[in-house]
Every structure is written in C-alpha cells, then in structure tokens.
Write a protein that binds this ligand. Structure first.
Ligand code: NAD
Ligand code: UGA
Length: 460
C-alpha cells in the first residue's frame, strides 16, 4: 500500500529544520515539503540565496527543490492543516529560569508547537520529534495532542537528527543511520513505515533503524554524550601530556588504531562547543537525577567539568607564558566559530576564552571567516575598546603580542607566518588550541609556541 503522506511540514527553520527538509525535498519530488517558522527574517533568508546559516553545499540542495516542492513560510496554522506529517524541529535550549534552571531543557517551544498543532488540525496526523528531547517527552506530547476533544489521532514518532554542522549536507545525504522510534501498535507501526518510506528514497534500508519511541529519544542523548565524552577523554590526557612530555597526537594515534576504540573524535582541543553537546549532557544528567541515578548523573557531569577545565587551562597557559599579565596586550583570536566550516558560535569555547582574556584587561582582536557577525553579538557587552573584529587575519595579528588559534579553519595553516611574525610585538607567542599549525616551523621563525598536549617550543 502506498503511503497516505503527501504533504510534509516542518515547524522550525533552523540548523536542523532547513537542511533536513531541503534534503527530503531534493530527494523526493513526489512530496510537497513546507518549512515554517515564527521568525520572518529567517524565512526570508531561506527564500533568498543568502541562507540564514553557512553550511557548505547547502545552497545547491535548496535550489534543487525550492519553488518546485520546497516552500518556506510564516503561515503556520494553514500549513499545519494541509500537512499529513509534521516534523517538529524547534529549539530546545537549557532552561534559564525556575526549577532545573541551567540544567533541564526548556520545552516551552515544543509544547507551544504541540498546542498549535492541536488548534490548527481538523484531521489525523503523524507528528515527528526531530528536536532533541529528554527521554519520555513523546508521552507528554501525546497527552497534549490527545487533549483535542474532537477525537483526532496524532501518532508521535521520534526521529532524532544526527547531522553535524559544517558537514550537514554529506551527513544528510549519506547518514551512518537514520533512527525512527514508534509505538509498537498497528497505528504506530503504520506511521513508522510512512516515515521509513520517505528516507528509503535515498538511504539504504539497512541503515534505517527502527526502535521503540523511548529508545530513539534516549539514543540521541546517549550518542551526543558518548561523542563529547571522547573529546573530554582526550582533552584530559592532553593535560597529562603537557606535564610528562608525551605528545597527545601520538597518543591519540596509538589508541585510535585499536579497532575497538577507533580514530575519530580523538582530536584534543581547547574544548568542545556547539549548541548541543552541553545542553544534551545537562539534560541527561538532569534526567538521571530525576530517576535517583546519582552515580550515573555524576559520571556524565564529569564530561562537562573536564570541558570547562580545558578552557580554563588554555587561558592559564596564555597567562603563565606571558609573564602572568595580558593587561593592555593585544591578543589575536584566530577563529570564533565552535568548529570549522560553520558560522555558528553557540557555546563556542572562543566565547569563554575571549571573556576571560577581557577580564584580564587584554584587547582581543577576533578573526573568523564566517562567524564575525555572531562574535559581535556574543561580545556585545564587553567594555568599550576591549574587542576588535577583523576580516583580515594579517591585520588582526598586526601589533599583537600573541595569537591564539580557537577554530581549526583550514586557512590558518596556509598563512605566511614570517610576515605575521614581523608585524607582531616581541616576544611573539602562538597558542594553538586546535593543533593545526606547523609548530616546529613557527618556532624556527621566532615564535614561542604553545601547542595543546605537547611540549612548548620556547626561546625564553
Ligand atoms: P535553531 O535555533 O537553529 O532553530 C529552531 C527554530 O525554531 C528557530 O528558527 C525558531 O524561530 C523556531 N521556532 C521556535 N519556536 C517556534 C514555534 N512555536 N513555531 C515555529 N517556529 C518556532 O535550532 P537547531 O539548531 O535547528 O536545533 C533544533 C533542534 O534540533 C534542537 O532540539 C537541537 O538539539 C536539535 N539538533 C540540532 C543539531 C544542530 O546541528 N544544530 C543537530 C541535531 C539535532
Ligand atoms: C554534534 C554531533 O556530532 C552530531 O552527531 C549531532 O547531531 C549534533 O552534535 C547535535 O546534536 O547538535 P556538532 O556539534 O555540529 O555535532 O559538531 P561536532 O563535529 O560533533 O563537534 C562538536 C564540538 O567538538 C566542536 O567544538 C568540535 O571542535 C569539538 N571536537 C570534535 C573536538 O574538540 N575534538 C574532536 O575530535 C571532535
């Protein structure tokens, strides 16, 4: 039997909603796909060639389907009424108020969306959780959705998204897996099959995993927690490497070649950032505590504690090397995005590093190829004169006492460091928070070089 789904709607046109729906529309011309948002500016940007997010390769995918079977709109309620299947991809940030503030997820956007769906619907629909949610959220959603009083049925599926920013197009086109959780009732299984049928247009069937709703919800939190845990594990080892003259990249290579461990996500860094790792682990910790699993909660909390420690440690290294004072010194920050190939700065370690340096009265000169607009907003409350934003890395470095690499943009390893060295104050320092530069070459030029998890190369 062919699927009853023809019209797909996604509520939330952000980093997940926009790219995932563009891919579905591009791969499945037989479905009408609409993406709605309460933010008219975002919607206008999706309709233009200046998309609201920077993501390599995304514009081509959007253009393939936009105007054919992919539409962006702020007309939320009529779009709900037309839809057979509704993905909900609104933001689920950490709560900043009330019970669980700073830890629990803020589900107000999700709940408001569920209420709008109930209000605007006059027939049964499938509702797909695309946002990352605490395990058992579907239960709460079902209670809201079934409070419609007119006998409508909303089948709730969990279809968490695993794309990473900067590689979203490839992650969506060739995912390691797609996960679909449903209730194991006839209606749940039929809804699950309707969603499997959509992905099967381009994802091999064996990569489309199905499970119960709770496993799907929890798998998303667990996947992010495991990934972040690897980064904290290698970062904790980087601290020990610096004390013992071991080299963290050599250690990572040695342990990563064990096929049980694997080589990926073992790159020591100034810390992980991004909108999700921290909030999802906080969410996991909060859920564990609420079930009385104190030891489990503590275990995952440590992943976050090591991440904060790594940022603090990076700034302490800068201070210690620069004679315990950076007051009135210019420090060029190379990179502000939380990783390369994105303009996103949410939870970027660069924000914390910049703020700590500013507290020490340094002047930070920020360069980033894509994230300067966000950096401006992130540091808007810094004291006058403490922040400069620079589009040219050579100008950013001119007159600086130190460079700190905070994002691993490819361009940074290709700069002319002889010229940069000539234009800087002496002694000149490099703090490589991503280990992307050629440290021996920089040392030979005259820099005092402080890599992460390796011996410093100094002239002093
Ligand atoms: P985002 O903030 O970029 O986008 C969310 C959008 O939802 C915003 O444009 C906002 O205006 C809109 N919105 C909020 N309330 C709304 C409402 N009531 N009606 C219509 N629109 C509404 O967030 P994001 O990064 O796309 O993340 C969305 C979810 O996906 C989160 O739960 C996140 O954890 C998860 N996720 C994100 C990523 C990622 O790489 N960013 C990856 C996987 C999963
Ligand atoms: C992450 C996950 O990789 C995605 O699977 C998930 O869908 C997404 O979170 C989400 O739920 O939002 P993302 O945050 O976009 O994706 O980027 P990652 O590549 O995971 O990097 C996260 C952070 O860890 C970055 O700051 C990155 O620089 C850092 N990192 C990553 C390291 O410091 N070392 C590494 O070896 C890998």
């Amino acid at each position: 039997m062919s699927s009853p789904v023809k019209n797909i709607l996604c509520i939330g046109a952000g980093y997940v909603g926009g790219p995932t729906m563009a891919m579905i529309a591009a791969k499945c011309p037989q479905y009408q796909v609409t993406v709605v948002d309460i933010n008219p500016e975002r919607i206008r940007a999706w309709e233009s060639d200046r998309l609201p997010i920077y993501e390599p390769g995304l514009l081509a995918v959007v253009k393939q389907a936009r105007g054919r079977n992919l539409f962006f709109s702020t007309d939320i309620e009529p779009s709900i009424e037309r839809a057979d299947m509704i993905f909900v991809s609104v933001n689920t940030p950490t709560k900043t108020f009330g019970e669980g503030a700073g830890r629990a997820p803020d589900l107000q956007y999700w709940e408001k969306t569920a209420r709008t769906i109930v209000r605007a619907s006059s027939r049964d629909k499938i509702v797909v959780e695309k946002s990352t949610l605490p395990v058992r959220t579907a239960h709460a959603m079902e209670r809201i959705l079934s409070s419609n009083g007119n006998g409508l049925r909303f089948e709730v599926l969990s279809n968490p998204e695993f794309l990473a920013e900067g590689t979203a197009v490839n992650d969506l086109e060739s995912p390691d897996r797609v996960l679909i959780g449903s209730h194991e009732t006839p209606a749940g299984l039929a809804a699950r099959e309707a969603l499997v049928e959509i992905y099967a247009n381009w994802v091999p069937r064996e990569r489309i995993l199905t499970s119960n709703v709770w496993s799907a919800e929890l798998s998303k939190l667990a996947a992010n927690a495991f990934l972040a845990q690897r980064v904290s594990s290698i970062n904790s080892i980087s601290a020990l490497c610096e004390k013992t003259n071991a080299d963290v990249e050599e250690v990572a290579r040695a342990i990563g070649t064990d096929s049980r461990i694997g080589p990926r996500f073992l790159k020591a860094s100034v810390g992980f950032g991004g909108s999700c790792f921290k909030k999802d682990i906080l969410n996991l910790v909060y859920v564990c505590e609420s079930y009385g699993l104190e030891e489990v909660a503590k275990f995952w909390q440590c992943v976050l504690d090591i991440n904060d420690y790594q940022v603090r440690r990076f700034v302490q290294t800068i201070l210690g090397a620069m004679f315990n004072t950076v007051a009135d010194k210019r420090i060029a920050l190379f990179g502000f995005a939380f990783k390369k190939d994105t303009g996103d700065t949410r939870e970027s370690p660069a924000i914390a590093v910049a703020r700590k340096l500013i507290e020490e009265r340094a002047v930070v000169v920020v360069h980033d190829p894509k994230a300067l607009d966000n950096a401006r907003k992130d540091l808007a409350d810094a004291p006058a004169g403490s922040v400069e934003l620079q589009e040219d890395p050579y100008v950013a470095a001119r007159g600086a006492h130190a460079l700190a690499v905070l994002t691993e943009w490819d361009a940074y390893s290709k700069l002319d460091y002889r010229e940069i060295y000539r234009s800087m104050e002496k002694p000149a320092f490099v703090f490589d928070g991503r280990n992307v530069l050629d440290h021996a070459a920089l040392h030979a030029i005259g820099f005092n070089v402080f890599p992460l998890g390796k011996q410093a190369l100094k002239h002093l």
